[in-house]
Design a protein around this ligand. Structure first.
Ligand code: NDP
Length: 242
């Protein structure tokens, strides 16, 4: 029998992260569901995984808290062994015009995405390089590619994720570790709940928001052997927005 593969999804309690957890569990991964504060939502994700016949566990940590992340990942790899797939999905938005943006909104958004990438990816990379396999997928945004007004912090963070992933992909390609980015458009989650639907639909050629599962399926594809020659890429999933 082949060894069960393990995947870590940051921000797996809700929205896109939850859909990614379910999709990867359906593909046979033991899924580590990370979250920061919403334990009840994370438990719901885990119950959904188990109800569908999959396996996994909760792993709470704040991706910006480097020492805690390092300790949690050490414990997880000590207990469970190799983590073959990492999905850097945790993210926050704090929109506002740049001229009025308080420093905490800049730092919170950039730190969650970019320090989160560093803090979680680095400890998991070494074993991937040693085993010569692994897949790292980070969730960027259409905002990184077009630079939406009112999102300088978010666009900077999400564009940084693309640069970091491309650079890392170049460093790890020969060792068989693939690093890719998914750039969603506007997806039906809590993050977009307050946006006016009519105006949003005018921006999207397909005239609807995306569903979290439509991102999750692309993430699962990028993790799979079907994507074995894909690395350093940004895959847009946005209903034709670009
Ligand atoms: P949600 O706001 O619905 O969920 C965010 C998730 O991130 C939650 O699980 C939350 O945990 C977790 N999270 C936030 N901060 C931290 C942190 N510091 N440490 C650990 N976990 C954290 O977001 P979406 O599902 O909409 O978005 C998921 C990703 O996709 C984000 O990176 C977002 O930027 C990106 N994206 C979303 C789009 C959209 O239209 N929705 C479009 C393009 C990109 P908790 O529940 O505990 O708070």
């Amino acid at each position: 029998m082949s060894e069960q593969k393990t995947a870590l999804v940051t921000g797996g309690s809700r929205g896109i992260g939850r859909a990614v957890c379910l999709e990867l569990a359906g593909a046979g991964y033991y899924v580590l569901v990370n979250y920061r504060t919403q334990e009840a939502a994370a438990k719901e994700t885990l119950i959904m995984i188990m109800d569908a016949g999959g396996g996994g566990e909760l792993c709470p940590f704040d991706v910006t808290d480097q020492p805690t992340v390092a300790a949690c990942l050490k414990d997880l790899t000590g207990r469970l062994g190799f983590i073959e797939v990492l999905v850097n999905n945790a993210g926050v938005a704090a929109d506002g015009l740049f001229g009025l943006m308080p420093p905490e909104d800049w730092h919170r958004v950039v730190d969650t995405t970019l320090s989160g990438f560093y803090n979680v990816t680095k400890p998991l990379l070494k074993p991937m390089l040693a085993k010569k396999r692994g897949s790292i997928i980070s969730i960027s945004s259409v905002s990184a590619l077009v630079g939406n007004r009112g999102q300088t912090n978010y666009a900077a963070a999400k564009a940084g994720l693309i640069g970091a992933s491309r650079a890392l992909a170049g460093e790890t390609a020969r060792a068989g570790v693939r690093v890719n980015v998914v750039a969603p458009g506007l997806i039906e989650t809590e993050m977009t709940a307050d946006m006016p639907r009519d105006r949003i639909k005018q921006l999207i050629p397909m005239a609807r928001l995306g569903r979290p599962e439509e991102i999750a399926r692309v993430v699962a594809f990028l993790c799979s052997d079907a994507a074995s020659y894909i690395t350093g890429q940004v895959l847009s999933v946005n209903g034709g927005m670009l």
